[in-house]
Ligand binder design. Structure first.
Ligand SMILES: [Zn+2]
Length: 107
């Protein structure tokens, strides 16, 4: 995530989340800078992120499915696939959820 002063574009990485820019003295709030940056992002870019995550989850499920069909003792592959896919799926859901909350908050 890119953190820079909205006034002079000074890099604010490593500085407290709220304060004044060391370069130009302008007050900043990283949270609102982040929100503003996210709001400027086109909707399809935001969607692409969770769609990518979702297809990654799907890919894990497909690969795991193929592996467990081919394996002599498929349970190991099935269990590993389910664990990895649920972690990835939960990540996708959490991302999608936070996006949705954020969009509601900014409406
Ligand atoms: Zn500045």
């Amino acid at each position: 995530m890119h953190e820079s002063c909205h006034h002079c574009d000074y890099d604010l990485v490593g500085l407290p989340s709220q304060g004044t820019c060391p370069e130009c003295g302008e007050a900043y709030d990283k949270h609102s800078l982040y929100r503003a940056a996210r709001a400027r992002e086109p909707a399809f870019i935001r969607n692409i992120k969770w769609i990518t995550l979702a297809s990654f989850t799907l890919m894990i499920l497909i690969c795991g499915g193929v592996l467990s069909i081919r394996a002599e003792k498929p349970w190991g592959a099935i269990i590993v696939t389910l664990i990895v896919a649920s972690v990835s799926g939960f990540g996708t859901f959490a991302y999608w959820w936070s996006e949705r909350q954020e969009r509601r908050a900014s409406d």
